[in-house]
Structure formats: C-alpha cells, structure tokens
Design a protein around this ligand. Structure first.
Ligand code: NDP
Length: 372
C-alpha cells in the first residue's frame, strides 16, 4: 500500500469529523479520475507581471475554480508574452494608465495585484471602483491608514478584498492549528517566528522606502506576525521591538534590515520573532504549550513545508500553495466559502496595525499597546 494511501486512511475519519478542506486530502493515487469541474469559475487578471506574478500565473493553470484571463502591466513585451503563453485576448490586456476601463469588461471578475507594496492602495481602490473583486499581495499596503482606505473602497463598491496569505490554505499549517485548537499542545505560552533571507541587488524596489514602505518587516517579517496570530490563535495586545543595522549603506533610513520583536497575547502567551534581510535559511515557527510542541521548518517558503510535533512528523502531501490558494479564493468570492484562517481585508489590516506599532516601538523604545 502506498504511504499516501496509508496516510489518507489514517486521517480520513478525523478529517470528516473536523471538516478538513478537500484540498488537504486530495484524491488517492489509485482513485478513478476526478469528475470534471463544472461549477463557477473566477476569471482573474493579474496586475504586475514580475517574479511572483509569473509564479501565480503558472500555478493558476492547475486551478479548477480560478482561470487567468487578463493581464495589467507597464511592460508591453510582457503582455505579448503572456498573451501567447496563456491565451489571453488583446481586449483583456491593460496598462497602469487605462485599467480603469476594466469597468466595461464583463469577462474579468477579479484583479490580483502583485506589484510593489506602496502601489497596492491606489491600484486596489481603482480596481474596486471599476467594480472588480480585489486580491492583493501581502503586505496589503504600507500602513493601517492605507489598508483601511482599501477596505472602505471595496465595501463602497460591493466587491470582495482578499490578501494573498497562501499559508492560510497550507495543509500542515492547518493541521497544527487544528491540533492546537483541539488542545493537543495544552495551554500555549510561547511562539517563536524566525523569518529572513539575504537580499541581493541593492537597487531593487524592496530596498526603496517609497516603493516598499519599509524593509524586511513588510516583506518577510510579516510572516512571523501573521504566523504568531494564527499559531497562537489570539490577537496581540502589546508589542516591543528593537532594530539593528549592520549595513546602513544598503539599508537606508526607513528601510529596516533586522528587527527583533515581541508580541504579548491576552492569555499570557508571548511571541518572540526575528525579521531580517541579512540571514539565509531563517524560516522557522515553533509553538510550545504545557502538553506539547509544534515545529515548522521550513514554515512559510513555497514548500514542501516540514512540520513535526512532540508526537512525530506530519505526513501530509505537498500542494502548490498558489494553486490551492486560487481555488479557495474563488470559492470565497463566488460561493461565500469561509476559510479556516481569514484572508480578507480586515485580516490584512491587523498585520498592518501591528507593523505600525512595531515601527513605533523601535522609534520610541517603549512597549506599544495594541487594539485589533
Ligand atoms: P517583482 O519586482 O518581481 O515584480 C513586481 C512587478 O510590478 C514588476 O515586474 C512590474 O511588472 C510591476 N511594477 C509596477 N510598477 C513598478 C515599479 N514602480 N517598480 C517595480 N515594479 C513595478 O516583485 P515581486 O513579484 O517579487 O513582488 C510583488 C508583490 O508580491 C510584493 O507586494 C511582494 O510582497 C509580493 N510577494 C508575495 C509573495 C508570497 O509568497 N505571497 C512572494 C513574493 C512576492 P510590469 O512590468 O508587468 O508592470
């Protein structure tokens, strides 16, 4: 018997009881082919055909419920490439000047914004004003005020706003959350989130405050913030933070290289986190309760994610995060499905409020209270 079948047999009963989403289980290798999907399909245009936009476009080819039908770019040659690669018609191609005309295009339901962070706000508001659903990459914007403006614009136009939190659909992440909720770890008191990589090209937008809104914290530290919240299962009530900078030439004022921060939660649990652009192989979550622990290493990369608890390794199959994310987001937008961990604008806003507070704590050296 294949280990996958073995695994499926072991978890099927509890999965049914606990309503683990279909994508966690998938289909057994020897099952008969799946019925062709005939339900509603979310027709998506991607804005920003850069590195991550290309990854999402590729992954969306395997989605059942989301289809790539349009593209918005400032680079005409990329639009031509995508037209031939993904069969995108000319009428569904836009640039940053003319994409408000999306309002007259009935063939696009949603726009997935995958551009530099500081551009998200205005682009999301324009997409919402064109009457299209917004999926926006993390960080949703560069501060809570802008995030709130995005939420308000989407509400006003009666469109959904979702944030590209792909880990919220990742099977091992969801299984650890399930076990914590079931009490397997006991009373949770501590989370550690270590997130970083060594950033290369010093001229890239990620190192420009006006486009990135900050440095490592906006880009990679946000995974530790978000992870602390979904792993502990509470909202933090205070934050303290300390910044260190070893290369002020590369990391200019307002662009953080390394920030260590601590979050306090109502139950008394604390999170201790590191966000940096100066260390590779830093991708670890550790959650500890009085009955057990869970470790994810790596915890937020593109996978495979590896996870274990005091009871042993988690034996779940790898899924392509962005494929699952797009299927699930299509379900949320078209069928009103409720994800286990939210991915809406309010969720994105909470992380932005925490980032604002972290920057304030760095500046003042004081403990900053949080009300999410
Ligand atoms: P890239 O630099 O690779 O791509 C960004 C694209 O945005 C560019 O290629 C360009 O596309 C467009 N763009 C529009 N205006 C500008 C500008 N002024 N300067 C630079 N690019 C511009 O970045 P990424 O794809 O890595 O990141 C984009 C977003 O996705 C960020 O918010 C990032 O945080 C997020 N991200 C999320 C990940 C995740 O795992 N969820 C992983 C990686 C990134 P065009 O030429 O088509 O206009």
């Amino acid at each position: 018997m294949s280990s996958r079948r073995n695994f499926l047999q072991k978890i099927t009963a509890s999965a049914i009881a606990l309503q683990i989403p279909d994508f966690v289980l998938g289909a057994p290798e020897d099952a008969s082919p799946q019925e062709p999907y005939e339900g509603p399909v979310l027709r998506v245009a991607i804005m920003g055909l850069g590195s991550y936009g290309n990854r999402v476009a590729g992954a969306m080819q395997s989605s059942q419920k989301a289809k790539l039908v349009g593209a918005i770019s400032g680079t005409p040659s990329k639009l031509r490439d995508w037209q031939s690669k993904y069969g995108i018609p000319e009428k569904n191609c836009y640039n940053y000047e003319n994409f408000d005309a999306l309002k007259d295009n009935p063939d696009i339901d949603a726009v997935y914004i995958i551009t530099p962070n500081a551009l998200h706000k205005d682009q999301a508001i324009r997409v919402a004003n064109a009457g299209k659903h917004v999926i926006c990459e993390k960080p949703m914007s560069i501060n809570a005020k802008d995030g709130q403006a995005m939420i308000d614009a989407c509400k006003k136009n009666n469109v959904k706003l979702l944030v590209g939190y792909r880990m919220h659909f990742e099977p091992k992440t969801l299984e650890i959350i399930r076990r914590r909720k079931e009490g397997e770890l006991g009373k949770v008191l501590f989370f550690q989130g270590l997130c970083g990589f060594i950033i290369g090209d010093p001229t890239q937008w990620r190192l420009k405050k006006e486009l990135a809104g900050g440095g490592a914290m906006m880009d990679i530290g946000i995974y530790a913030i978000n992870g602390a919240r979904y792993m502990i299962g509470e909202e933090p009530i205070w934050v303290t933070a300390q910044e260190t900078k070893t290369n002020p030439e590369k990391f200019k004022p307002g662009v953080d290289e390394t920030i260590q921060f601590q979050l306090g939660f109502p139950s008394g649990a604390v999170a201790s986190c590191l966000s940096t652009y100066s260390l590779n192989n830093l991708d670890r979550f550790f959650l500890n309760g009085d009955k057990g622990f869970a470790e994810m290493l790596p915890s937020t990369g593109y996978g495979p994610i590896k996870a274990r608890t005091n009871k042993g390794e988690l034996d779940y199959p790898h899924v392509t995060h962005q494929t699952v994310q797009m299927d699930e987001m299509a379900g949320i937008i078209l069928e009103g499905k409720k994800p286990i961990v939210p991915v809406d604008g309010e969720e994105g806003l909470k992380d932005l409020k925490i980032i604002d507070a972290i920057f304030l704590a760095v500046k003042t050296g004081k403990k900053v209270p949080l009300k999410l």
